[in-house]
Design a protein around this ligand. Structure first.
Ligand code: AMP
Ligand code: ZN
Length: 481
């Protein structure tokens, strides 16, 4: 069975055939590192990692690249505001991004290129475009001439004829319907030098436009033609349209074969966006006692091309579902197993595991149908529960137990919420052990009338979000809300 993806380029579901058999080269636009990512951004990164995990599950060798936009209008503005260099400004956001990935069980890409490290490649593409008559210089900036690229509009289907050709736009972001010559290279503004965002080129000092960054980083890491390019739907136009124009304009070759776009996460029906402040990030949720594994599950409940409305009720039922699947896994794992089971007993989980794995793959092959994939996982959990009830106190055969556990694990290698919940409970247990030890130390300090140390320990515990109450039965602790 082939994998099928909905390709934004053709607006059809297509069979996925990589350029090189058995190998996949994929790229996703990463974040602009000027603010902490919210759980809307994370939905898009989760989707990219999910696709990469599933391709791995299907036996492909994947090279996955996600860039970091560390030079653009927003990062320069931020660095200027804080009076630091671009590097100093963006590094904490990059660290925070990877921390968010870790919390949600999103694996880092194989390569995370930073735009500032690929400026020579950007300059080279612009030079080639100029040689081919597709770019022109004006006052130290260089623009892409969309009238010279007949394929402009192929991805977004924007109507180029309605555009006001010849006019130029220098901003990285502009009106969605505004089809104009876009900037490739921007002449330096005086303040750019103060944050270290200036490079010397044949056009004079300046810095790259946002769109050229992704063309340069993706082609450098994956070749001039590669398999899959992803991003959120908001990037189709102009960002991805412009990436195609620049790349194909310079190389004369097809840039990307499959374009996949993830829909938005909504908050109470509205777009979750950094610019409006209508956001939650993982930290906010963890502070409210939400487990990131519930967020992961929530993402899986909707198809990646559907909008997903974020609600706390949805999150609570996601958490409940994670607990159910994990509970079933634990019961099966802890059930006594025997090498030679009762000959009168008929094992049923081998067949259930095979059937569910095949159904899971069939669902995911259909443009990553995660909600059907989840349903197959719950079917396996149901079969396991029924089987354990049937066995009662009798042992299960080692082979049957291993087959069902392996199927659960294989599905979780893609979905990842069970292993994430396992990790969360280890952290919980680790925290509990630490708090118990600190409380004992505090009691000892009090007994020795060393109140300064006792107070210091109390503060140390509080700093980890734990509230200690002194009751008649001794100290009691709980996680603060
Ligand atoms: P940014 O850091 O703003 O460049 O965004 C990084 C990625 O997050 C892009 O691929 C956006 O399409 C995506 N994105 C932004 N807002 C949302 C949202 N509310 N839901 C899903 N993805 C989003
Ligand atoms: Zn991009």
């Amino acid at each position: 069975m082939p994998i099928r993806f909905y390709n934004t380029l053709t607006r059809r579901e297509e069979e996925f055939v990589p350029l090189e058999p058995g190998k996949v080269a994929m790229y996703t636009c990463g974040p602009t590192v000027y603010a902490p990512p919210h759980i809307g951004n994370m939905r898009t990164f989760f989707f990219a990692d999910l696709l990469r995990r599933y391709l791995g599950f299907r036996g492909f060798q994947v090279k996955f690249v996600m860039n970091l936009t560390d030079v653009d209008d927003k990062t320069i503005r931020g660095a200027l505001r804080e009076g630091v260099s671009l590097n100093e400004y963006t590094q904490p956001f990059i660290d925070d991004l990877f921390h968010n990935f870790d919390q949600l069980g999103i694996r880092q890409a194989d390569v995370h290129p930073r735009a500032t490290h690929y400026v020579p490649q950007m300059v080279d593409i612009i030079r080639r475009l100029q040689e081919r008559g597709m770019a022109y210089e004006a006052e130290g900036s260089v623009y892409f001439d969309i009238s010279e690229f007949p394929g402009y509009g192929q991805l977004s289907k924007v109507d180029v004829s309605a555009g006001r050709r010849g006019e130029r736009v220098a901003a990285d972001e502009y009106d969605k319907d505004d089809v104009r010559d876009f900037v490739l290279w921007k002449a330096a503004k005086p303040e750019d030098a103060t944050v270290g965002a200036v490079w010397d080129t044949q056009w004079g000092p300046g810095r790259p436009g946002w769109h050229i960054e992704c063309s340069a980083m993706s082609m450098q890491e994956l070749g001039e033609t590669f398999d899959i390019h992803l991003g959120g739907v908001d990037l189709i136009f102009p960002h991805h349209e412009d990436e195609i124009a620049q790349s194909e304009g310079a190389t004369g070759k097809p840039f990307v074969r499959y374009w996949l776009h993830g829909e938005f996460l909504l908050l109470e029906g509205g777009k979750m966006a950094k610019s409006t402040g209508n956001i939650f990030n993982v930290r906010d949720l963890v502070e409210r006692g939400v487990k990131p594994s519930s967020v992961r599950y929530l993402y899986l409940t909707a198809h990646y091309r559907s909008k997903l409305n974020f609600t706390f009720e949805g999150l609570a039922s996601a958490g409940e579902a994670v607990r159910r699947v994990r509970g079933t896994r634990d019961r099966l794992r802890d059930h006594p197993a025997a090498r030679d089971p009762d000959p009168a007993d008929t094992p049923s989980l081998h067949a259930a595991a095979d059937e569910v794995l095949a159904a899971f793959a069939a669902a995911m092959d259909e443009d990553l149908n995660t909600s059907v994939g989840l349903a197959t996982l719950h079917r396996l959990a149901g079969a396991i529960n029924t089987r354990l009830e049937e066995l009662g106190t009798r042992p299960i055969s080692h082979a049957e137990q291993a087959a069902a556990l392996a199927a659960l694990e294989r599905i979780d290698s893609v979905f990842g919420f069970v292993s994430l919940a396992d990790r969360e409970s280890q952290v919980d247990e680790g925290l509990a052990a630490w708090v118990e030890e600190r409380i004992a130390a505090r009691e000892a300090a009090r007994k020795a009338r060393d109140f300064a140390s006792a107070d210091a320990i109390r503060d140390e515990i509080a700093a980890r979000g734990v509230v200690v109450e002194d009751t008649a039965q001794g100290p009691r602790w709980s996680l603060g809300s």
